[in-house]
Design a protein around this ligand. Structure first.
Ligand SMILES: Cc1cc2nc3c(=O)[nH]c(=O)nc-3n(C[C@H](O)[C@H](O)[C@H](O)COP(=O)(O)OP(=O)(O)OC[C@H]3O[C@@H](n4cnc5c(N)ncnc54)[C@H](O)[C@@H]3O)c2cc1C
Length: 436
């Protein structure tokens, strides 16, 4: 019977162990923490958005090698896709429901149910679960030349024990929210094996922003806005201060060195230093890559996406004609949430642009990367080209029997259940092949 070791008891590791055990392997999971699935419990605000019914799911993932990665995702999802995932959970007794047309959650509304179902399945399959076992080294054990000995190929060392295995599946996660156990040690194990690991950055985060170009800061406020909202903003050194708490619909564009590189529409939220909301989280993957490459990154908000700039201009003009001497603040009260008015006026004054232009191009500078603590996933990881896209086994001859799954691989998806689907699909694929 083949011996399979799974390193990491998160969603990808638990699914890998189920697939390996179902395929007949003697399977053990080594988990560094005292409990499995700590990040899984946090998902979907504790409700676990476990997959997404988007028919074009494979095109939603990103990577440093996007073409190769998408081919890998397509191949892996063709073996164990969204429907297989839903069937798996249903057969194990978990019912799901759909929100926002495509987001799938357990009907219980509790991520704990998903974890419970996985652990129950593992127990029935007699998978050994070893907790507080952090893997620190993986070594190849080549039999002595001429030896007839039929030994396991891999030796896996934790702080307390040595485990032997024919196949090892690394499912150690990323560096996002390290307190859940995914603290980046998986990347170190992969580097020790000689695998190429890209730079790893926090993804799916809010985006910290500040006033736009330095020349805008140096702009001397003109006379058109006597209440000097801009001065107030400057004093606060933060354009969001007044707008904090506002939620509004917008088309959000990410510009790198002045060129639009990504765009999405949705509800965004202002906090005191950040832009937040699902739309911003999704775009943050592009922002961090561009900032990391040293580009000048700006975020432009179209705050009135259903109206053209001309239409907005005409409406503003008609208000000025109808109400003689009306202040810009009063004009804006029908166009943007009240807390945003000072920020809009400040940007008009600082840049010298018209109100209608600012409402359609509310532009801020993306200032810095957020911390791993506040990231839902990581951008980057072990290069996809290190792996066979059909089996997720390492392509190097020296690493036969080593498989990877989950977020450790340089593939990340947007919000909406895509990252867990990658964990289920890649875990299942690696587990199945590792057992064969
Ligand atoms: C707050 C939050 C909300 C999220 N919500 C969603 C959502 O609703 N839908 C969605 O699709 N995605 C969501 N995600 C992303 C999703 O949780 C991850 O993509 C997913 O958990 C990755 O699974 P994984 O098994 O690859 O890694 P992880 O879940 O990180 O599991 C890795 C495991 O490996 C263990 N480990 C690490 N190193 C070692 C070692 N050396 N030895 C032994 N064990 C080790 C860790 O302790 C950990 O248990 C969310 C993430 C966060 C942080």
């Amino acid at each position: 019977m083949k011996k399979v070791l799974v390193i990491g008891g998160g969603p990808s590791g638990l699914m890998a162990a189920i697939a390996a055990a179902r395929a007949g392997a003697q399977t053990t999971v080594l988990e560094a923490g005292a409990k499995p699935g700590r990040k899984l419990l946090l998902t979907g605000n504790g409700r676990c958005n476990l997959t997404n019914l988007n028919e074009r799911i494979a095109s939603m993932y990103d990577s440093s090698d996007p073409e190769f990665a998408r081919a890998m995702v397509r191949s892996v999802l063709s073996r164990f896709g969204v429907q297989d995932t839903l069937d798996f959970f249903r057969q194990e007794g978990l019912l799901t429901c759909v929100e926002h047309q495509t987001y799938v959650y357990p009907v219980t509304g509790q991520s704990g149910s998903v974890l419970e179902i996985l652990l129950r399945t593992l127990q029935a399959l007699k998978v050994k679960m070893k907790y507080s076992e952090e893997v620190i080294e993986i070594e190849r054990r080549d039999p002595a030349p001429g030896s007839e000995e039929n030994t396991c190929l891999w030796n896996v060392r934790t702080k307390t024990w040595n485990y032997e295995a024919d196949s090892v599946i690394l499912c150690c996660g990323s560096r996002a929210v390290p307190s859940t156990g995914s603290n980046g040690s998986g990347y170190e194990l992969c580097r020790m094996l000689g695998l190429d690991v890209t730079d790893v950055l926090p993804g799916l985060t809010a985006v910290s922003c500040r006033l736009p170009a330095p020349e805008a800061r140096a702009y001397v406020p003109g006379s058109r806005n006597k209440n000097s909202a801009a001065q107030e903003m400057k004093n606060m050194e933060d354009p969001f201060y007044a707008a904090a708490g506002t939620r509004t619909q917008a088309v959000v564009s990410v510009l790198s060195d002045g060129e639009v590189i990504a765009q999405e529409r949705g509800q965004l939220q202002f906090t005191q230093q950040d832009l937040s909301g699902i739309v911003v989280f999704n775009l943050s993957r592009t922002v961090v890559r561009a900032l990391h490459q040293g580009h000048d990154v700006t975020i432009s908000l179209d705050l009135l996406p259903d109206h053209t700039e001309d239409q907005v201009d005409i409406l503003i003009q008609s208000m000025r004609e109808k109400y003689d001497g009306i202040s810009e603040e009063k004009i804006l009260c029908g166009l943007v949430p009240s807390r945003m008015i000072p920020a809009v006026l400040a940007l008009c004054e600082l840049t010298g642009n018209r109100l209608a232009y600012i409402l359609k191009h509310f532009t801020l500078k993306a200032s810095r990367l957020r911390e791993f603590d506040s990231a839902q996933v990581c951008v980057g990881g072990v290069r996809t080209t290190e792996l066979n896209p059909d089996t997720l086994e390492c392509v190097s001859e020296d690493l036969k029997g080593i498989y990877l799954a989950g977020e450790l691989i340089d593939i990340d998806g947007p919000c909406g259940g895509y990252n867990l689907q990658w964990a289920w699909s890649s875990g299942y694929t690696a587990g199945l092949h590792a057992a064969q």
